[in-house]
Ligand binder design. Structure first.
Ligand code: M6R
Length: 601
């Protein structure tokens, strides 16, 4: 997830250190490239950018020495276009008169770009951020003022994004920075003798704690001594009071949440929206689909949480696309299936970090067989990205908390999206509706999750049971609980429970059942086997009268179909683990003995 920051001062002076400092404060969002631009009082633009970490690029390009009256810095997390000098931001317009940065995704950038090239503009990169500069250039060339050009350009740019742009035309009286919020975060800072704007508070707080938060569909123009907010639609000025942010940096980095895990759980609607936008515009999806649909044998391979996404993904493929896909744990794949692959086979490796050694071992074992290697990963620039024939990013931004939450949800969203593209059974999904349904589920299941956490908390061993599509969800919920509560929780197939574990059930023993609508009738049998022995069944399911009659607690999901219910069911499970972890006094972000990236055998 990229980060942007811009600052305007009264007079030209050293700006480099301020920009580098802001970049460091945005680095927690994750990035692969960094770039700065400054504009001096005469309008001269100094632009420096490259792939790499802030400090190493600074050492090479000496951002610290940059001077100017206005400055912009951007950290890029590659989605459109690989990490490279050209794709790094900021970008210039054709003649080098405008300079701009963005974060988020411009999903129609391919068609926009064709239009810019046809108009004779100089397009230098494959990055969607360049489109924002040319979109404004298009209207400036027509004679519009910067303000009008930006408002008009914003109508042409589709996707979720925030942008900062400036012109070198100081003679035209526009010595300002302009910023637009359309789906991604944007905060303005008001200091003495300077104003600034950024995708996030941490880069602003060292400069000022007087802030203004922008809403979607708004733009702001910044001069050193004032800012003007406007509605994008009609250009009307918006009056908004400055607020004083009184909490510390730690609170700012956690976005007001107590832990990164809580923040990342609540970022899921946004992360899913960004992924869906990205997938709908990506030229890589058709290549991926070809390899999936033409495979003789298709395997989904991962570890831990990513493996659970593989289980659900395979179930989606089998049911929706009629394509048999087999989920396998990476080390087991290395030992059993990798040696017998053929060039007609396809293996999809799934890893948030893209660095998990068990996954990379399996990938290396596949290479000599000639089978196709696809990657699904969150960390751009990771080993998995480099070693795959094709890869798709999860577009979640940096996930700090050790327990994977938003990356898991997006892995499942990605599999469902691909299965839906290859659908032979059932109805196509309305993807535009999904982020709101995720949001609604987080809100509506919160209280039930809190109660369930209190019911489970006295126990140190328990079961989560799923059936069909929801087996992988139950296993993921159980893993999450183990990771951050230190209780033992086994996720398993509900119909298997009677084959042994049923002996654990006694009075009050809680068992959680995760059910999707078509499996409710079967699940009632499995619930009864527990309930009639004094167990305390808890259900996570869409509303179902029969199911409700048979359980002690019910966490109700929105009224959706089998495939979407599966996706949503993980949300209350994440919340239960989080609340129980807090009740036990454990820091869910950094549970004992665990690491975010496992680079050992
Ligand atoms: O980076 P990866 O997705 O390859 O990581 C695999 C597992 O180590 C990881 O999912 C682990 O289980 C998480 N901590 C789960 O929250």
């Amino acid at each position: 997830m990229c980060g942007i920051f811009g600052i305007v001062k009264e007079h030209e002076g050293p700006l480099g250190e301020t920009l580098v400092g802001a970049a460091r404060r945005l680095a927690y969002r994750g990035y692969d490239s960094v770039g700065c631009a400054t504009i001096d009082e005469s309008g001269k633009i100094d632009l420096r950018k490259d792939v790499g970490k802030i400090d190493e690029v600074n050492e090479r390009l000496n951002f610290s020495e940059m001077r100017g009256q206005r400055g912009i810095v951007q950290l890029r997390w590659a989605t459109f276009g690989s990490p490279s000098y050209d794709n790094a931001q900021p970008h210039l317009d054709s003649d080098g008169d405008l300079v701009g940065v963005h974060n988020g995704n411009i999903v129609n950038h391919v068609s926009l770009r064709d239009g810019f090239i046809a108009e004779g503009m100089t397009v230098r990169s494959a990055n969607d951020g360049e489109s924002i500069v040319h979109a404004v250039e298009h209207y400036v060339d027509r004679g519009d003022t910067m303000l009008d050009a930006i408002r008009a350009a914003a109508q042409d740019l589709q996707g979720d994004y925030a942008l900062i742009i400036a012109s070198n035309d100081v003679a035209g009286g526009d010595g300002a920075l302009h910023a637009v919020k359309s789906g991604s975060g944007l905060v303005v800072g008001i200091a003495d003798g300077a104003t600034c704007v950024s995708s996030d508070l941490p880069s602003i707080l060292p400069i000022t704690n007087r802030i203004i938060r922008l809403q979607d569909g708004e733009m702001v123009s910044l001069w050193h001594d004032r800012v003007e907010l406007r509605r994008l639609s009609d250009g009307e000025i918006i009056e908004r009071e400055t607020e004083v942010f009184t909490e510390g940096m730690d609170a700012a980095e956690k976005g007001g949440y107590a832990h990164f895990m809580e923040k990342e759980i609540h970022e899921q609607p946004k992360a899913a929206a960004e992924l869906i936008h990205w997938l709908s515009a990506s030229p890589f999806v058709p290549q991926f689909l070809d390899s999936l649909s033409s495979a003789k044998h298709l395997y989904f391979v991962g570890c831990g949480t990513s493996y659970h996404a593989c289980m659900i993904g395979a179930a989606y493929f089998n049911r929706i696309s009629g394509i048999p896909a087999i989920p396998v744990l990476a080390p087991q794949f290395t030992e059993t299936l990798a040696p017998i692959l053929s060039p007609d086979d396809t293996v999809v490796f799934v890893s948030q970090s893209g660095e998990t050694k068990d996954v990379l071992n399996a990938l290396k074992a596949v290479r000599p067989t000639g089978a196709k290697v696809l990657g699904v990963l969150n960390v751009i620039g990771s080993a998995l990205m480099h070693l795959s024939d094709h890869y798709l990013p999860l577009a979640c931004g940096y996930e700090i908390s050790v327990p994977a939450t938003k990356t898991f949800l997006n892995q499942v969203v990605l599999f469902l999206y691909l299965a839906d593209k290859l659908r032979v059974h059932g109805q196509k999904i309305d993807w535009n509706a999904i982020p709101d349904i995720i949001e609604q589920t987080l809100v509506s299941t919160k209280e039930g999750a809190r109660e369930a956490a209190s019911i489970l908390n006295p126990y140190d061993e328990m079961y989560y049971l799923g059936y069909g599509l929801t087996l992988g969800v139950a296993m993921e919920g159980a893993l999450k609980l183990k990771e951050i509560t230190y209780a033992h929780c086994e996720g398993m197939l509900s119909s298997e429970f009677k084959h042994g574990p049923l002996s654990a059930v006694q009075d009050g023993y809680p068992i959680l059942f995760v059910t999707a609508p078509n499996d409710a009738a079967m699940m009632v049998n499995h619930i009864n086997e527990v309930a009639c022995r004094g167990g305390h069944p808890i259900a996570i399911a869409c509303e179902d009268g029969l199911l409700r009659k048979h359980v002690s607690e019910y966490i109700s999901l929105p009224d959706v179909d089998q495939e979407i219910a599966t996706l949503l069911a993980v949300l209350p499970l994440q919340l239960i683990s989080y609340y129980m972890s807090i009740e036990r006094g454990i820091d869910p972000d950094f549970p004992r003995n665990l690491s975010k990236t496992l680079t050992v055998d």
